[in-house]
Design a protein around this ligand. Structure first.
Ligand code: SF4
Length: 384
C-alpha cells in the first residue's frame, strides 16, 4: 500500500497535533545543519558522483536553494512525464510533495526509484480526501440513486489511492491546464461529476468555462453526515464538489484584489484557478503555473502584475523580469509550508545517501493502486 493516511483525524489549526500525520519525522540519516557553509559544494559533488543515474526534478514552488540543482523544473505532471522520458536515470529525486512523487512512481519504469528528500513533504489539499472518506461518499451517492450517473474526476493533487479509486470507477485525472477538457469528457460519459479534492478548481472550471450556475454545484463535506447534503440536493446537482482546498491559494481574498488595484494603477491581476471563486471572478487572467510563467514572460516591459500563486514562484518571476513590475497579490507571505520542507540540507542528505549506495525515502505505490491510477492518468493523456 501507499503511505497510510486514511485514518488521520482532521485537526483544526492550533487545536492539537497528530504525530502520525508527520510522515517525515523519522527520515533516516543525519541531517546536515542548515548553517553548514559547504552545503552547496556537497550537493554539487554528490550529484556529480551520481551522474546520469540521478535526475533531479524541481517543482515551481520549491526554494531557490533547491531549484538550482534541478535538472528540470515544472508542474507536477510535466515533471512526472520528464522522469518517465529519462529511463537511464535509476533514481528520480523529486523535489516536490508526496502525491507528486507517487505520480512519478506510477508513470516511470519499474527499475526507476522515486525519492522524496523529506517524507514529511505532504500536501494539505491531497490529505483532505482520504480513500475511506471517498468510498463513504460513493455510498451516499449510491443511496441517493445517482452513482451510476456519476463520473469521478480527480485533480492531479490527490493521493495515489484517490487516483486509483477514480480509475476503478471509470473516471479521469485532470490538471489545472486541462480541467475543462477532462470535464467535457466526463459529461460525455455521465450526467454528473464528483470532483476531487479541490472545490475551487472544480467550481471555477464548471462556472467560468462551462456555463454552469453556482446552483448546479453542491459541496460534499466529508466531515458531515451524508456530506451535509440531502438526497434531493444530490439528485438535482450536476457538479458534486469535494470540500477540499489549497491552503496556499485559498488565502487570497477579494480584498487582496481590491487592495492591489487601489495601490497599483493599471495592475493586471493574474491568479491560479485553485483560488476562491470570488477571487478569480475579480481577476484579469486565470491560469495554471505554466500559464502564469508564460503570461509574465510575454508581458510588456513596464507593465504591472499582481500574481496570486505560491510566493517562491512569484519571487523568482519578479527576479527574472526586472523590466516588469511583478508583485505578490497578498500583503502577507504565502509559502507552501509542506513544499518548503524540502530544503538544501534534505537534498544534500538524499544525494549523499544515494552516492554512498543507500536508497532511502523511496515512494512506492502498490501495484494494484498503481494500475487503476494509471488507467485514470491514461484517460487524461488521451483527452481530445
Ligand atoms: S501549494 Fe497547495 S496544492 Fe500545492 S502542494 Fe502546497 S498545499 Fe498542496
Amino acid at each position: 500500500m501507499t503511505t497510510p493516511v486514511r485514518d488521520l483525524p482532521l485537526l483544526l489549526l492550533g487545536s492539537g497535533s497528530d504525530p502520525a500525520s508527520e510522515r517525515g519525522v523519522d527520515c533516516p540519516g543525519e541531517l546536515p545543519p542548515a548553517s553548514d557553509p559547504a552545503l552547496v559544494e556537497r550537493a554539487r559533488a554528490a550529484k556529480a558522483a551520481l551522474g546520469d543515474r540521478v535526475f533531479v526534478l524541481g517543482h515551481h514552488y520549491q526554494r531557490d536553494e533547491v531549484i538550482q540543482f534541478a535538472d528540470v523544473t515544472g508542474d507536477s505532471f510535466k515533471l512526472a512525464q520528464k522522469a518517465a522520458a529519462r529511463p537511464e536515470a535509476d533514481y528520480i529525486m523529486f523535489c516536490g510533495v508526496h502525491f507528486m512523487a507517487e505520480s512519478a512512481d506510477i508513470l516511470t519504469a519499474a527499475h526507476q526509484r522515486v525519492i522524496l528528500p523529506d517524507l514529511g513533504a505532504g500536501c494539505s489539499m491531497a490529505d483532505m480526501a482520504t480513500f475511506d472518506q471517498v468510498e463513504e461518499c460513493w455510498e451516499v451517492l449510491e443511496d441517493a440513486g445517482v452513482a451510476d450517473d456519476v463520473v469521478p474526476v480527480t485533480y492531479m493533487n490527490s493521493s495515489a489511492d484517490i487516483k486509483g479509486f477514480v480509475g476503478r470507477h471509470g473516471g479521469v485525472v485532470c490538471t489545472s491546464s486541462n480541467a475543462k477538457r477532462a470535464l467535457d469528457w466526463a459529461y460525455s460519459k455521465g450526467k454528473k461529476v464528483l470532483f476531487l479534492p479541490d472545490q475551487h478548481l472544480g467550481r471555477n472550471t464548471a462556472v467560468l468555462e462551462m456555463g454552469f450556475s453556482l446552483d448546479d454545484c453542491v459541496v460534499y463535506s466529508p466531515h458531515r453526515r451524508d456530506g451535509g447534503l440531502t438526497p434531493g440536493r444530490i439528485r438535482d446537482a450536476r457538479m458534486i464538489l469535494w470540500r477540499g482546498h489549497c491552503s496556499v491559494h485559498g488565502r487570497f481574498t477579494r480584498e487582496s484584489v481590491d487592495d492591489v488595484r487601489a495601490r497599483v494603477p493599471g495592475v493586471n491581476v493574474l491568479v491560479h484557478p485553485e483560488c476562491r471563486h470570488e477571487v478569480v471572478t475579480a481577476a484579469d487572467q486565470i491560469g495554471s503555473t505554466e500559464y502564469i510563467i508564460k503570461a509574465i514572460e510575454a508581458a510588456e516591459p513596464g507593465s504591472s502584475w499582481a500574481v496570486g500563486t505560491e510566493l517562491n514562484l512569484v519571487r523568482r518571476l519578479a527576479n527574472a523580469h526586472p523590466d516588469k513590475n511583478v508583485m505578490f497579490l497578498d500583503k502577507t507571505v504565502c509559502y507552501c509550508s509542506t513544499m518548503n520542507r524540502i530544503d538544501l540540507p534534505h537534498l544534500v542528505l538524499s544525494l549523499e545517501s544515494l552516492a554512498a549506495g543507500r536508497v532511502e525515502n523511496v515512494i512506492e505505490v502498490d501495484p494494484d493502486t498503481a494500475r487503476h491510477a494509471r488507467a485514470a492518468l491514461d484517460r487524461m493523456l488521451a483527452l481530445p
